[in-house]
Design a protein around this ligand. Structure first.
Ligand SMILES: Cc1cc2nc3c(=O)[nH]c(=O)nc-3n(C[C@H](O)[C@H](O)[C@H](O)COP(=O)(O)OP(=O)(O)OC[C@H]3O[C@@H](n4cnc5c(N)ncnc54)[C@H](O)[C@@H]3O)c2cc1C
Length: 387
C-alpha cells in the first residue's frame, strides 16, 4: 500500500479521472486515485455522454466548449479514442424562448460556438424519418454530439498513469482523518494513506465521503431510467442527437444498431445508491416508446432491448459543488453534477487542478463553490437535465 501522497482523489468516475490526469500533467507531485470498484463503474459508465453548449450559466457553456475542443483532439491531448461522434446536437422546439429551451443561445454565440436555427422544412430534410408539425423549429449545435463515457474515462485514467499518477481500483475509502481542522489521511480497505489534500469525486456517494471528514454535503440520489431499442430499418443512426423538447424525450445512437432513449428531467424520488432497483418497469418502457413514436413512426414497431435505471447525484439547486469545502482544510469537492456532469468534465478537471495548485484556472469555477458565494440563479431547469 502507498503510505503517503500529495493529493488523494476519491472516486474513479469521469471527474476523478479527469482531475487525476490534469494534476499529473501539471506536475502536482504524487497523485493517488482510489476507486472502490473499477474506473467508470458508477453513473459515468451509464451516461448518455451527450455534449451540447446550451445552458443558462456562462460557466457551463465555457466548460462544455473547452471540453469539446479536447474531445476533438482527444488522441493528441489525452491519448486514445473517446468515441466522440461529432454529428451535432439537435433540439426540437416550439419556441426559442430561453425558459423553454433550457439555455441562452445568445451566450452560446457570444462564446463563439456555432448555432443554426432550422425551420420545419429544414428539419424535415435533416431528419427525414421524423414527423414535424408546422411551426416546429430546430436548434442545431453542429459541434455537439456524444462520446463513449466508458472509453473517455479509461483513457483519462490511463493518461493519468502515464504522467505518474496511481489509480488504485478495488480500493474503498472507509474513513478520513483530520487533525486541528486539517486533512491528514485517508483510511482505505488496503491501509492508510497520509495526505494533506483530499478531493471528493464520489458522485452519489460524496455525501458519505464528506461525512467522514465531518462535513455535510446535501446530495440526493435520484433515479435516471434509460431504455434501449433496436434501430428500425427505416431509420439511420448517422446524424445529430435528437433531443425533442416538444415531446420531452431524447434519442441517440449507440453504435449502428441500437438507440438509447430517456425522458427529460428527473423523478423526484430519492434512493440509496447501493440499494435500488436497476430495472425499468414495462409500463415505463411503454410510456417512453409512446413518447418517441409520436415523432418517429418506425419506433412503434422496433424491438425493445429493455432498459436500466442509473442514478443522479442531485444538489439542492441542481448545480455542482466544486472547490475547497469549509470545515476541513485541504478537503475539496467535485461532485453534485446533477445529471449534467459528463460534457464539462474534461475542462472542469483542468480548472480544478489549477485551483488546487494555487494557479489561475482557465475557466472560473467560483459559481460552483459550496456553500454558494455567487448567485447562479434558481434551480437549473430541473426538467432539462442533460438534454
Ligand atoms: C443515465 C444518465 C445519463 C446521463 N447523460 C448525460 C449526458 O448526456 N451529458 C452529460 O453531460 N451528463 C450526463 N449524465 C451525467 C454524468 O454522467 C455524470 O454527471 C458524471 O458521469 C458524474 O461523474 P463523477 O465522476 O462525478 O461521478 P461517478 O460516475 O458517480 O463516479 C463516482 C465514483 O466514486 C466511487 N466511489 C464511491 N464511494 C467510494 C469510496 N468510498 N471509495 C472509493 N471510491 C468510491 C464510485 O464507485 C464511482 O465510480 C448522465 C448521467 C446518467 C446517470
Amino acid at each position: 500500500m502507498i503510505g503517503t501522497a500529495d493529493i488523494v482523489i476519491v472516486g474513479g468516475g469521469v471527474h476523478g479521472c479527469s482531475l487525476a490526469f490534469q494534476l499529473a500533467v501539471a506536475g502536482a507531485g504524487s497523485v493517488v486515485l482510489l476507486e472502490r470498484s473499477c474506473v467508470a463503474s458508477g453513473p459515468t459508465g451509464q451516461s448518455g455522454a451527450m455534449i451540447r453548449p446550451l445552458f443558462d450559466q456562462r460557466v457551463y457553456v465555457e466548460l462544455v466548449i473547452a471540453s469539446t475542443r479536447m474531445f476533438e483532439q482527444w488522441d493528441q491531448i489525452v491519448g486514445g479514442d473517446a468515441g466522440f461522434v461529432q454529428q451535432g446536437f439537435l433540439r426540437i422546439t416550439n419556441s426559442l424562448d430561453s425558459a423553454e429551451i433550457g439555455g441562452d443561445l445568445a451566450l452560446t454565440r457570444l462564446l463563439g460556438e456555432p448555432v443554426e436555427i432550422l425551420d420545419t422544412a429544414q428539419l424535415a430534410e435533416l431528419v427525414p424519418m421524423a414527423n414535424f408539425r408546422d411551426g416546429e423549429l430546430g436548434i442545431l449545435f453542429p459541434r455537439g454530439g456524444y462520446a463513449d463515457p466508458y472509453q473517455a474515462t479509461v483513457d483519462l485514467a490511463a493518461a493519468a498513469v502515464r504522467h505518474g499518477a496511481q489509480i488504485l481500483e478495488e480500493t474503498q475509502v472507509t474513513g478520513l482523518r483530520t487533525k486541528s481542522g486539517r486533512m491528514t489521511g485517508v483510511e482505505t480497505t488496503d491501509g492508510l494513506i497520509a495526505t494533506s489534500v483530499v478531493v471528493n469525486c464520489a458522485g452519489p456517494w460524496s455525501d458519505r465521503i464528506a461525512r467522514m471528514a465531518g462535513v455535510e454535503l446535501p446530495i440526493e440520489v435520484q433515479p435516471a431510467p434509460t431504455c434501449l431499442f433496436r434501430r428500425p430499418r427505416e431509420m439511420a443512426t448517422v446524424g445529430p442527437v435528437l433531443s425533442d423538447g416538444v415531446h420531452q424525450v431524447y434519442l441517440r445512437a449507440v453504435g449502428d444498431a441500437v438507440y438509447r432513449a430517456a425522458h427529460f428531467g428527473r423523478a423526484e424520488r430519492t434512493l440509496d445508491p447501493d440499494l435500488f432497483d436497476r430495472s425499468v418497469p414495462p409500463e415505463q418502457q411503454q410510456m417512453l416508446r409512446d413518447g418517441i413514436a409520436q415523432r418517429y413512426d418506425a419506433m412503434r414497431r422496433t424491438p425493445s432491448l429493455g432498459g436500466f435505471t442509473a442514478i443522479y447525484d442531485m444538489s439542492p439547486d441542481g448545480h455542482p459543488m466544486v472547490g475547497q469545502l469549509e470545515g476541513a482544510d485541504g478537503f475539496w469537492s467535485d461532485c453534485g453534477w446533477s445529471g449534467n456532469g459528463f460534457a464539462p468534465a474534461p475542462a472542469a478537471g483542468r480548472a480544478l487542478a489549477a485551483l488546487i495548485l494555487g494557479r489561475e484556472p482557465d475557466v472560473s469555477l467560483a459559481g460552483f463553490s459550496w456553500p454558494r458565494t455567487v448567485d447562479l440563479g434558481s434551480r437549473l431547469y430541473p426538467d432539462w437535465i442533460h438534454r
